[in-house]
Design a protein around this ligand. Structure first.
Ligand SMILES: CCCCC/C=C\CCC/C=C/CC(=O)SCCNC(=O)CCNC(=O)[C@H](O)C(C)(C)COP(=O)(O)OP(=O)(O)OC[C@H]1O[C@@H](n2cnc3c(N)ncnc32)[C@H](O)[C@@H]1OP(=O)(O)O
Length: 285
């Protein structure tokens, strides 16, 4: 069974294409999240496909949410979250949207990010991130809400929002505070530190450091295999107990959380920093 070739199958929604083994090739997938279900294991590989850097915008968040809905509907045994880019898992929130948006568009952006967050963090199956490149800002965060992370050597990972001038949203602080030892969480959040995979593994930000994407996928599959003999209801009840605080916070404070994000982004200081950051990115070459 060839799992590396994209095949035409029914379009699940406007932004998600399921890859399966029906033998009708298509030239190029244009969907924002590609879904490849391994019929043998029942695991779905979801590949973010908003090139060049998988910057997160409303459409990519929605495509991730739709892909998770599809996995739920098909009673998936687990998801591997990765990217089609050869060197970038995700470069975080789309700086263009932060730079040129307004309170309405930032509200819509955060609303979509909350939905995608809940789909992944409260899924009824485990998710493993095969971090095949840089995972920065929101990109790092989306790997953090998976159940496991394997990262390829030679790239960087971290929550650098503070360097972009954005005060850290509450849920990011809550989850970073639980994942990392307290002192590292504090330094990382207030300084926006980016880590090598080796450094990240020392502070629990990633679980395994690997040489390439293929090894990352193998590690993710091995992690998901650990759940095969455990009743998933028991796993999910336990996981929801562990994750209840963050999930309840978003469910019960959705609008406040959106307002907090908009307030953080629209402040004069944040806008000045975002502008400088945007220009530095554009002038890089
Ligand atoms: C309760 C709800 C919770 C849900 C939360 C969800 C998300 C949490 C988000 C919280 C807030 C997050 C804030 C952020 O994420 S801000 C973004 C932080 N990201 C960055 O700082 C990364 C910036 N980019 C880079 O450092 C580099 O581009 C790179 C990723 C290391 C790749 O470097 P390189 O390979 O050299 O490529 P280029 O730099 O030349 O980039 C190619 C191309 O892409 C553009 N680009 C890069 N990053 C972004 C971006 N984040 N947004 C938009 N566009 C980006 C870059 O400008 C180049 O474009 P051009 O070819 O047109 O010049």
């Amino acid at each position: 069974m060839s799992r590396n070739i994209l095949f035409l199958s029914k379009t699940i929604n406007s932004n998600v294409r399921r890859l399966c083994t029906t033998p009708t090739p298509v030239q190029k997938a244009e969907k924002l999240v590609l879904i490849d279900v391994n019929d043998k294991t029942g695991y779905g590989t979801l590949s973010m496909n908003r090139l060049p850097v998988n910057s997160l915008n409303v459409e990519l968040f929605n495509a991730l949410s739709d892909a998770y809905d599809e996995m739920e509907k098909n009673k998936s045994r687990g998801v591997i979250l990765t990217s089609t880019s050869p060197k970038i898992f995700s470069a975080g929130l789309d700086i263009n949207d932060l730079y040129s948006g307004d309170s309405k568009s930032w509200s819509e952006l955060w609303d979509a990010s909350q939905e995608a967050f809940l789909k992944i963090y409260d899924a009824s199956f485990p998710s493993a991130a095969a971090i095949n490149g840089h995972a920065i800002g929101g990109g790092c965060f989306f790997s953090m809400i998976c159940d496991y992370r394997a990262m390829v050597k030679g790239y960087q990972i971290g929550l650098n929002e503070i360097q972009v001038g954005i005060a850290l949203p509450k849920v990011l602080v809550m989850i970073m505070g639980k994942l990392l030892p307290r002192r590292h969480a504090e330094i990382s959040l207030t300084q926006g530190t980016l880590y090598s995979p080796e450094q990240a593994s020392k502070i629990n930000l990633v679980d395994d450091v690997v040489v390439d994407k293929a090894e990352a996928i193998i590690k993710c599959e091995a992690f998901l295999n650990k759940f095969r003999k455990i009743p998933m209801d028991a796993v999910n009840t336990t996981k929801r107990t562990i994750r209840r605080e963050e999930i309840d916070y978003i469910r019960n404070n959705k609008q406040k959380d959106i307002d907090d994000f908009v307030k953080a982004v629209e402040s004069v200081e944040a806008q000045n920093t975002i502008k400088m950051y945007y220009q530095a990115l554009k002038n890089k070459k």
